[in-house]
Design a protein around this ligand. Structure first.
Ligand code: GDP
Ligand code: IMO
Ligand code: MG
Length: 421
């Protein structure tokens, strides 16, 4: 069977840490979508590492880590990631597998991303500029190159054919950039990629399922960044939700068991787009400082706000979440009054639904207030030891969403986690 861990907000919920925590209970950890726009932070022997494309099970012994077909892969970034993983003594050549169907990000995809964003001016998406959207456009436009293609003799000529198409797009943007050095790095990284385990991913994973192996699918980004159901157009270009597990790994929905949704105890967003509970004040600053809310991939400051149960309820619904993990509860330790958004007011009308279009609407969040716990919770190991104010906060979220918070993360270390009940 396959369990899923995914983010329910706008990304950076702490998926890396939580996947690393759960990984010992599985035999395979598989990324199903996204690419190097993701930045998943783990602490290994007290040392921080940020993974972008390699699944977060890579530090656990005897695990298979699969980069699935639904991912868009940057070989240059992968090579660097592999080198940094190897510096921890990990034999990635043994444990890392890549599906042949995974699409490649070319240097010219990154250039198009930059050209497109700069042409949008003030309306830019706030992309990580990793070439994600142009690579997925080439996939749905049926032009893209896939990992399996690198083993063919005509790969270089296929590359140049696509590169020439990209040049026309760049010319249309009047975007001039010399990418020859990036192309050299790309071909060097392609040679490196050839040395890894490139496999027919769908047979590989379904064979593992039929042998009764336990598989954990690792999401990237968050549900509110889903291309279909997020705050469009301020989204990423893949299906970040449970449905993306099936299309990204080639498995049947019947194989999916637990859907573990992660939410922060508050909310953040990086990049542009609507964020109803955003705090543009000293409280937002405090959360950013205490939560160290700066992008793992780009270093940009993250926008911070209160937890939004309207958006979370929507995310739980479209994902079929069966249990919740709440991360970064410790970040709220100092705050005396906590707020939880349980309704929106749009044009004077109350609603508990996420509207079709959030952008350009005046969405006023309505809040229920809670007394903060104002205690250091980072050393707590047992649920019975959490402050009563914290259990009130958690009980309210549980009952409003109708899904239990099963784990509470109270620090960056993998073992800083409290199992509820
Ligand atoms: P991901 O993209 O969902 O994997 O999340 P990121 O790694 O981008 O961002 C989460 C950040 O929060 C990282 O810096 C983590 O080390 C950190 N983090 C995760 N869980 C906790 C927690 O419970 N408490 C605190 N203080 N930090 C956490
Ligand atoms: P993880 O997996 C947070 C955001 C970008 C931008 C929008 C589109 O670490 O949670 P893209 O590069 O996909 O064209 O950017 O999506 N974004 C993320 N925000 N966490 C991420 O990944 C993100 N990946 C993309 O900031 O607003
Ligand atoms: Mg991240």
């Amino acid at each position: 069977m396959v369990d899923v861990i995914l983010g329910l907000q706008w990304g950076d919920e702490g998926k890396g840490k939580i996947v690393d925590y759960f990984a010992p209970g599985y035999e395979m950890i598989a990324r199903f979508q996204g690419g190097p726009n993701a930045g998943h932070t783990l602490y290994v022997e007290g040392k921080k590492i940020v993974l972008h494309q390699i699944p977060s099970g890579i530090f656990r012994e005897n695990k298979i880590n699969l980069i699935g077909s639904g991912v868009v892969l940057d070989a240059v970034i992968l090579k660097k990631e592999c080198e940094s993983v190897a510096s921890f003594g990990i034999d990635f050549k043994k444990s890392l597998y890549i599906s042949e169907r995974t699409h490649l990000i070319l240097p010219s995809h990154r250039a198009i991303d930059r050209a497109s964003e700069s042409a949008k001016g003030r309306e830019k998406i706030g992309s990580t500029l990793k070439g994600i959207s142009p690579a997925y456009m080439d996939k749905t436009g049926r032009n893209g190159l896939r990992v399996g293609d690198i083993l063919d003799n005509d790969f270089i000529s296929k590359y140049h054919k696509l590169r020439n198409k990209h040049q026309q797009i760049l010319d249309n943007f009047s975007f001039v950039e010399d990418i020859s050095e990036a192309e050299n790095d790309f071909f060097e990284a392609i040679e490196f990629l050839k040395t890894l385990k490139i496999i027919n991913g769908e047979y590989f994973i379904n064979d593992a399922i039929s042998k009764g192996k336990k598989i954990l699918a690792e999401g990237a980004q968050g549900s509110m960044l889903d291309v279909d159901f997020g705050t469009f157009p301020f989204v990423t270009s893949s299906n970040t939700i449970t449905a993306g597990v099936c299309s990204g790994l080639g498995i049947s929905p019947q194989k999916i068991k637990e859907v573990i949704g992660i939410t922060k105890a508050y909310c953040t967003r990086v990049g542009s787009g609507p964020f109803p509970t955003e705090l543009n004040d000293s409280m937002g600053e405090l959360i950013r400082k205490n939560g160290n809310e700066f992008g793992s991939t780009t270093g940009r400051p993250r926008r911070c706000g209160w937890i939004d149960l309207v958006a979370l309820h929507f995310a739980c619904m479209i994902n079929g979440v069966t249990q919740l993990v709440m991360t970064k509860a410790d970040v709220l330790d100092e705050i005396d009054i906590l707020k939880v958004c349980n309704k929106y007011k749009i044009n004077g009308k109350e609603t508990e639904e996420v509207p079709f279009q959030m952008d350009g609407k005046n969405i006023e969040p309505e809040y229920k207030e809670f007394k903060g716990w104002e205690k250091d919770i980072t050393k707590i190991k047992n649920y019975k030891d959490i402050p009563v104010e914290m259990s009130d906060y958690i009980d309210y979220i549980n009952s409003t969403l109708g899904i239990p918070i099963k784990y509470i993360s109270n620090g960056t270390a993998t073992d800083q986690i409290i199992m509820a009940s």
